[in-house]
Design a binder for this molecule. Structure first.
Ligand SMILES: [Zn+2]
Length: 306
């Protein structure tokens, strides 16, 4: 499936984020919404609708064509093989926010393991996270703040490091539209308009166990990947080697279904539940495809690292 992501974070509301057919979607987040009192689950990212995805595809083609003209070489999207090339290290700042009563505290060992697992999952994409600094902040209001709230925006303005090619990860309660997710992120596509809000939020309860892939998933969004089911059977996720998938399945518990479901029976292959950009149940493997890696590379070269 192919993915492009447009984020217009300003109009955020719970129905907006959770609706799967909304226009102008915004955040990439993992999965299901939960009440604040429940354990966080899922991703707050919501994909654009089909028309928007098609517009994004055109924007991507134009971006690639413009860069080819400016730089005098060809083949950005279709670059045949990023594997075996030098790895790109993304300077990464971790902001570990906790409450005054210790809620949300993550030890250095937990953070280190979260990055280790994420880098292992990212290894096939050519990207690795290089942690420059871990910034610890105790703030009740920031920890419990909503996405795009005055509290969260002010703290991100104060603490965000670097430019478009620097990843800021905020470990806190990943609240968006007053509901709690495992994580959310904006895409590369709208990184400029996000300004100091550009980054990834990971709920401090989603760094391990069945949620240990959350950071890799949100980094995928931050590097312009959609969910494998975004865009449905058509136009899909803007990646050509992820099988078409109409919707996500059961989410977190239980084993990977066998046989895999096929929600787009008229298209090749079964649903890619083994993909990191799906909400794969535990028991499924988690992979990025080459097509997703190419899409991330394109976003890096033409948007983030320019
Ligand atoms: Zn997501």
């Amino acid at each position: 499936m192919a993915k492009l992501t447009v984020f217009l974070f300003c109009a955020l509301s719970a129905p907006f984020v959770l609706s799967h057919d909304h226009e102008d979607n915004i955040l990439h987040g993992h999965g299901h919404h939960r009440l604040l009192s429940q354990k966080p689950r899922g991703c707050g990212y919501q994909a654009p609708d089909s028309a928007t995805i098609q517009k994004m595809a055109i924007a991507q083609e134009e971006r690639v064509a413009r860069v080819e003209q400016e730089r005098g070489f060809t083949s950005q999207i279709g670059f045949p093989c990023i594997f075996g090339r030098a790895r790109t290290e993304i300077d990464t700042y971790l902001h570990a926010i906790q409450m005054t009563d210790g809620t949300g505290f993550l030890s250095d060992a937990v953070l280190k393991e979260n990055i280790r697992v994420t880098n292992k999952l990212l290894s096939s994409t050519g990207f690795q996270l290089n942690v420059v600094l871990t910034n610890r902040v105790t703030s009740d209001s920031w920890y419990m703040s909503n996405w795009d709230s005055p509290e969260q925006n002010a703290m991100e303005r104060q603490y965000k490091e670097g430019g478009l090619n620097t990843l800021n990860v905020y470990y806190k309660a990943a609240i968006l539209g007053n509901e709690r997710f495992c994580g959310y992120a904006n895409s590369a596509e709208n990184a400029v308009s996000m300004g100091t809000r550009d980054g990834v939020v990971i709920d401090s309860g989603c760094t391990g166990g069945i949620d240990e892939t959350t950071l890799a998933h949100e980094v995928g969004h931050w590097m312009n990947l959609l969910h494998t089911f975004d865009g449905g059977c058509s136009p899909g996720d803007m990646v050509d080697d992820t099988n078409a998938q109409a919707s996500y399945h059961g989410i977190y518990e239980g084993k990977c279904p066998n046989p895999l479901p096929d929600t787009c029976p008229n298209q090749r292959g079964r649903d890619p539940l083994d993909n990191i950009m799906d909400y794969a149940p535990s028991g499924c493997d988690d992979i990025f495809t080459r097509g997703q890696a190419r899409r991330m590379q394109e976003a890096w070269r033409n948007i983030r690292d320019v």
